[in-house]
Design a protein around this ligand. Structure first.
Ligand SMILES: [Zn+2]
Length: 138
């Protein structure tokens, strides 16, 4: 049973722990892997986080990330798609159904591809900053 969290690195006695950068974390989140061992699959189905990591047994289901991923995506897509719709409306003045098509389509596609990654990223941050209280209990 591994006893490391993503925050822990080798050589802890050499100074402050060095955490991976944002790009490294985002790249890792796209893979949908366990934040503890970085090997086991994180999702048992499309958006369901597995109860225990199949590789290391980390209790991934103990964390409750709630609606954090959905709220994050609402902000991200709201602040990117709405200005796009406004710019297209000002430049081309298309009928409203055209706006509904591309905003709805792009939004649905973005949610489909980004929701698992955002959930994975939030879980990674939660493990890094708030590990389970009783360690890596199975
Ligand atoms: Zn694991």
């Amino acid at each position: 049973m591994p006893k490391t969290t993503p925050k822990q690195t080798k050589g802890n006695d050499k100074g402050p722990e060095k955490t991976p950068g944002l790009l490294s974390d985002l790249n890792f989140s796209l893979k949908g892997r366990c934040p503890v061992c970085r090997k086991g699959k994180l999702f048992s189905s499309f958006l369901t986080i597995t109860k225990k990591c199949p590789a290391c047994g980390a209790p991934l289901g103990d964390h409750d990330i709630g609606d954090g991923a959905a709220v994050f995506l609402i902000f991200l897509l709201g602040f990117s798609l709405m200005p796009l719709a406004w710019i297209i409306d000002v430049k081309f003045a298309p009928p409203i159904w055209v706006h509904l098509l591309y905003v709805g389509g792009l939004g649905a596609i973005a949610v489909f591809f980004l929701m698992p990654a955002v959930k994975s990223y939030i879980l990674l941050l939660e493990y890094r900053h708030r590990p389970p209280k009783d360690g890596q209990k199975k």
